[in-house]
Design a protein around this ligand. Sequence first.
Ligand SMILES: NC(=O)c1ccc[n+]([C@@H]2O[C@H](COP(=O)([O-])OP(=O)(O)OC[C@H]3O[C@@H](n4cnc5c(N)ncnc54)[C@H](OP(=O)(O)O)[C@@H]3O)[C@@H](O)[C@H]2O)c1
Length: 251
Amino acid sequence: MRIVVIGGSGLIGTNLVSRLRQKGHEVVAASPASGVNTITREGLAEALSGAKVVVDVANSPSFEDKAVLEFFEKSGRNLLAAEAAAGVGHHVALSVVGTERNPDSGYLRAKVAQENLIKASRIPYTILQSTQFFEFVGAIVQSATDGDTFRLSPALFQPVASDDVAAALADIAVAPPANGTIEIAGPEKIPLDAIARQYLAAKADRRQVIADIHARYFGAPLDDKSLTPGDRPRLGAIRFEDWLSGSTAQG
Ligand SMILES: NC(=O)c1ccc[n+]([C@@H]2O[C@H](COP(=O)([O-])OP(=O)(O)OC[C@H]3O[C@@H](n4cnc5c(N)ncnc54)[C@H](OP(=O)(O)O)[C@@H]3O)[C@@H](O)[C@H]2O)c1
C-alpha cells in the first residue's frame, strides 16, 4: 500500500517511515527538504498520487501563537484538499491530549483548528492525540527557568516515548479509519515538578525545582486533568526513568 508521511523527516516521521517500510509498504517521506511543502503546495499533488493513506506528523517551524495557528490552518486546508483530489481513503493525524481543555495555550488552539478541519472534511480519518514526548521534557523544563531555579506545576503528566507513539501510528495507518479520536500516553502518571527533578538529576544538574500550582505551562494553567488522557488510552511500554537512564533502545 502507498502511504505518504507528511513530516517524514521529523522525530516521529523518521521512525514511522522506517516502521511502515519494514511492514513492506511503499512509503513516501514527504517534507520541504524532499520537495513537498503543505504551505506552498510544492510537490504535494505528485506525492499524493496513488496514495491510499496519508499520515500528517508535520510541525510548525514557529511556535509563536499567530504563526502556529496559520501553519496548522493553511497546511491542513491544503493537505486535505490535495487528498480529496487524489482520492486518499484515510487521513491520520497526530495531535495532543487535552487540546480542547487548554484554550490558553496558543499551540493547542492551533491543534484544535487542525483537528476541526479534519473532522469537517469528507475524508475518513483517525486522530491520535498523544501526551508529551519524553524527548520534549527538556524543552518543558527549560521553559520554566526562574533565575537559578525552575518553577513548575505539580499537576499530573503522563509523558510517552516517541517510539511508542510511532508504533501506534504504524498500526493506525494500516487499520480502517476510526472516524474519531484515539489517545496514547505513557505507562505512568507523574507530577510535572517530579518529572523535572528526574530529568535534571539524570543530567547531573543540581538546580532546584520549585512546585508552584500557579506556574503556567506555555501560558496555560494546569490541573491534574489538563494534559492527562481519559479512561482508555493506549499505553506506551517505555517508562520515563528507563528512557532517561538509557536502558531502552532510544537512549
Ligand atoms: N512534542 C510533543 O511532545 C508532542 C506531543 C503530542 C503531539 N505532538 C505532535 O507531533 C507532531 C510531530 O512532531 P515532531 O516532534 O515529530 O516534529 P519535528 O521533529 O519538529 O518534525 C517536523 C516535521 O514537519 C515538517 N514540516 C515543516 N514544515 C512543513 C511544511 N510546510 N510542509 C510539510 N512538512 C513540513 C519538517 O520537515 P523538514 O525537516 O523538511 O523541515 C519535519 O519533517 C506535531 O504535529 C506535534 O503537534 C508533539
